[in-house]
Design a protein around this ligand. Sequence first.
Ligand code: UT7
Length: 324
Amino acid sequence: MTKLRQARTVAGTRILGLGSSQPERVVTNDDLAKIMDTDDQWIRDRVGIAERRFGGPADTVVSMAVDAGSKAIAAAGLSPSDVDTVIVASCTSTTPIPNAAAQVADLIGVKGAGGFDLNAACAGFCYGLAAGSDMVRAGSSRRVLVIGSEKLTDIVDPVDRSTAIIFADAAGAAVVGPSDEPGIGPVAWGTAGDLVDSITMPNGRHIYQEGQSVFRWATTKIAPIALQALELAGLEPSDVDVLVPHQANLRIVEAIAKRLRKHGAREDMVVADDIVTSGNTSSASIPMAMDHMRAAGRVHSGDVALLIGFGAGLSYAGQVVICP
Ligand code: UT7
């Protein structure tokens, strides 16, 4: 019988470098209060955001992804030719054809790379990281650039106070490569289809969310999934140095941290709070928070980080990673 050769597998994978990108324009809560019925105190108390960045016409899903991706490759000490696959996670990419990944690969100079887009909304980066890691482990890629890039201001009604105060624009990226010691744990992922209608685009143009039901779901269901990701990696809550949940709402982030501490996570566990200055940037929020915390000296190489993304679908995905 004909016997096919399989790609050579590798023992483990890890994140080799991180990068992020944000538009120049800072928008404060007071700026928003000038155009809608809201105020700084409400936004800080209910969501935890002080300011965020909004892109202009030149800032696109592709341009921000190129910037974040190039920085991640440089941070990994690599050049574009060392990357052979590009994954762009986005729910705000403006063109299905051509896909963002092929454009990003070409603009970064990752010539001839494999490239595809994926959409798992705010969980997209963790889905992409799982896919990229499994591709390297299975031998179908050597180094994968995983990017979450979003221009949410394209799909937000600019005067709708229930969404315009939350969402913002950015990209975050990670280079995944082979490693003798595993540095990316198995993914815990899934969907809650019973809540499919809780984040939608009813008029085809603008995002709508049933804030309270998503809030309840996120504060009750996400911590158990994070615990499952830890178990899959063979770790205990006390092993976590850094918790990086999707930056949807600071109260959700704090609720997840509280639940994990009840299960043994340490009081000195660093908890990402990038939402305060970046807003909710969907699939960009987790890699960007990690990159910002690394730059600020809040996380260090070798730290154990627990990532957990969640959003429209409702979709979720989480895994443990060792910080580069
Ligand atoms: O990233 C994807 C996943 N998404 C999430 O995880 C989002 C989860 N949900 C949330 O984060 C929160 O539900 C929101 C931030 C969206 C809303 O916060 P909330 O504490 O659930 O507020 P609410 O919708 O229950 O509104 C409370 C009150 C209402 O007024 P009344 O009816 O009590 O008089 C709203 O009309 O606050 C009012 N309100 C506002 N007031 C000032 C709603 N938005 C605003 C606003 N400024 N921007």
